[in-house]
Ligand binder design. Structure first.
Ligand code: THU
Length: 142
């Protein structure tokens, strides 16, 4: 099932999280329109304002590699979690507002699925429209 594959990839992405300041480690896996999976992790910085979220890392990686339309993203993250604790987190990690807006640029709000996962079998699925209703996007400028 594609949800499970994406969640697995999100947990793999989380293994590379660079989060020494918050210790909140996040992984994301983006499904492109060509069914490629592109992962991302959060990348923090000692100048805190420069921290980048896992979701945006995945989107920017994908766009810079030539992909511009996406079907779904899985997100997995949590405080103090690490590989040794296995692919499970205490809570669902929801995309922040900035990431929701960045996703909106490249995704159809009604069709794009956001999967927030605590494990491969414990996850919730939303449309982007549910997480970012009545959004502003490229079509607003036409
Ligand atoms: N973070 C994400 O990676 N994705 C989100 O959508 C929310 C927050 C990261 C940013 C920062 O490195 C850490 O979580 C704590 O805010």
């Amino acid at each position: 099932m594609i949800e499970e594959r994406l969640i697995e990839a999100a947990f793999e992405g989380r293994n590379n999280a660079y989060a020494p300041y918050s210790e909140y480690r996040v992984g994301a896996a983006l499904l492109t329109e060509n069914n490629e999976i592109i992962t991302g992790c959060n990348v923090e910085n000692s100048s805190y304002g420069l921290c980048n979220c896992a979701e945006r890392t995945a989107v920017f990686k994908a766009v810079s590699a030539g992909a511009k339309r996406f079907k779904a993203i899985a997100v997995a993250g949590g405080k103090n979690c690490c590989k040794e604790q296995g692919d499970e987190t205490e809570d669902y990690a929801y995309p922040c507002g900035a990431c929701r807006q960045v996703l909106r640029e490249f995704c159809s709000p009604l069709e794009f699925k956001v999967i927030v996962a605590r494990s491969k079998t414990d996850y919730k699925v939303y449309t982007l429209e549910q997480l970012l209703p009545d959004s502003f996007g490229p079509d607003s400028l036409v």
